[in-house]
Design a protein around this ligand. Structure first.
Ligand code: ADP
Ligand code: MG
Length: 455
């Protein structure tokens, strides 16, 4: 409505009377009883009392009034809609109800957020960079978030520390808080669960309160479940909590640094439940994914990092994504304080402390030899010696492969250390690569060895 709409509509009426010879009586009866309710470009909405008046207007006057609007507004795309007062009231009522509903939802969401202070709102699905090593984890998390208790229950996410498990749990929660604020979602770490249980057993708090909190909810996420190791009473409680929720058709998500079978000293019933829904792993990211994560993190910190620096970082920071954030922050701080632009040379210098100096001191061929000899239970001298026992040969193959893979050494260089012809080294590397391709257990073992070496 409003003042300018009135003026425009008056202009339309004047046009009808002056240029189209409308009579006073017609205008008074059929046109002036309307108001120009809304004007949006060429979209005109007129308001009238009732259906009868609208029908008459539509059959007799719409063409002329459209023409008058075209002249008055000086545009050709006039499209008139007429609404009646009862329709408007209905519309307003609906808008109000919607607003009210949204307000209530926002209030509820805010309250829920307050109950989940640890959940970082920035850890969303959008902010999670997806690559081949974490795609399945990402997709299943999204799936259980959108279809609770339908596909994977429980969902058990596992993988080494710092690869985004907690991020995915928070992403699930953030999406639920956004889209389903009526949903009672609870996040807890295994340690907090333990503490609360101890409090309730030692009667510091009401024990029924503990149970009712964990058994009357819609969606439970338990982080760092590997800490259940050895805690029988906690395991027992977790098991019953799980059963209660599962039987009510509620979704449960666990995250763990370890595969269920690797969590020692744990109730068989519980670990079989862990594996019964969806057992999904996250693997260390490849260079490409690390680079993408670096890029994303840099963007989110408002830091511009040239591509060669991104690649340098991705090649040097390998195991843990948490370090990626640290590296970006370090770079940002240095460029802010020193006023120096982030360049390859600058990054190299600043991060030399920060980085795992792989080639320099941390991992070298000697370290690989020592570690593998220990792990395979063969003497170091035998690996570089002439013996041809199966165990020794195997250790030799692994060493060759690791030197190639982790240190980027040439076959020749490796040959010098292991005292073999370079074609033999090539054979060894190929052998291990094939084994990695054909055996999942072997592949995991190799990954573990690399992590240990990098630690
Ligand atoms: P975890 O729980 O597996 O130990 P976190 O979820 O705490 O690891 O992740 C560590 C850090 O790395 C967090 O800051 C997280 O946002 C970040 N991170 C991990 N994976 C990704 C990813 N794919 N994309 C973006 N950030 C990630
Ligand atoms: Mg975590």
């Amino acid at each position: 409505m409003g003042f300018s709409n009135d003026i425009i509509f008056q202009g339309v009426i004047d046009y009808l009377m002056d240029e189209m010879d409308y009579l006073d009586i017609t205008v008074n009866l059929w046109i002036k009883c309307m108001t120009l309710y809304e004007l949006d470009g060429g979209k005109v909405t007129l308001l009238c009392d009732n259906d009868f008046k609208r029908n008459l207007f539509m059959s007799k006057y719409i063409r002329d009034v459209t023409k008058a609007f075209m002249v008055e507004l000086d545009r050709k795309d006039i499209d008139i809609t007429v609404i009646t007062k009862p329709e408007l009231e209905e519309r307003q009522k609906k808008a109000k109800e919607k607003e009210e509903k949204e307000r209530k939802e926002a209030e509820l969401a805010a309250k829920r957020r307050e109950e989940l202070p640890m959940v970082n709102p920035a850890y969303t699905f959008e902010n999670f960079v997806v690559g081949s090593s974490n795609r399945v984890a990402y997709e299943t998390s999204l799936l259980v978030c959108r279809n609770p208790a339908e596909y994977y229950n429980p969902l058990f996410l596992y993988g080494p520390s710092g690869l985004g498990k907690t991020h995915l749990l928070f992403a699930i929660i953030n999406e639920i808080l956004d889209k389903r604020p009526d949903f009672n979602v609870v996040y807890i770490t295994c340690e907090e669960f333990t503490n609360l249980l101890i409090d309730s057993i030692s009667k510091k708090t009401d024990p029924t309160e503990f149970r009712s909190k964990f058994r009357n909810l819609d969606f439970l996420l338990v982080d760092d479940i590997q800490f259940l190791k050895g805690k029988r009473a906690v395991q027992e409680e977790m098991f019953h909590t799980f059963e209660a929720l599962f039987n009510k058709g509620k979704q449960i998500v666990f995250a763990s640094d370890k595969h269920p079978s690797e969590i020692e000293d744990i109730d068989k019933r519980l670990s079989s439940r862990f594996s019964a829904g969806g057992l999904i792993d996250i693997e260390p990211p490849d260079t490409e994914l690390r680079q993408a994560i670096f890029k994303r993190k840099a963007d989110s910190y408002g830091v511009e990092i040239p591509n060669d620096v991104l690649l340098f970082l991705a090649e040097n920071i390998k195991t843990n994504i948490r370090q990626i954030e640290g590296a970006i922050k370090t770079l940002k701080a240095h460029s802010l304080i020193g006023g120096e632009e982030i360049s390859f040379a600058m990054a190299k210098r600043v991060l030399s402390e920060y980085l795992k100096k792989a080639e320099a001191d941390n991992i070298n061929s000697e370290k690989i030899l020592k570690y593998i000899s220990m792990r395979c239970g063969v003497k170091k001298e035998d690996i570089t010696g002439a013996k041809r026992d199966a165990a020794i040969k195997n250790a030799r193959h692994i060493c060759a492969y690791l030197m190639r893979d982790m240190l980027n050494m040439t076959f020749k260089e490796i040959g010098t250390i292991l005292r073999r012809h370079h074609s033999t080294i090539m054979d060894s590397c190929e052998r291990i690569e094939n084994q990695i391709k054909t055996s999942e257990t072997f592949r995991r073992e190799m990954e573990e060895i690399k992590r240990e070496l990098e630690a």
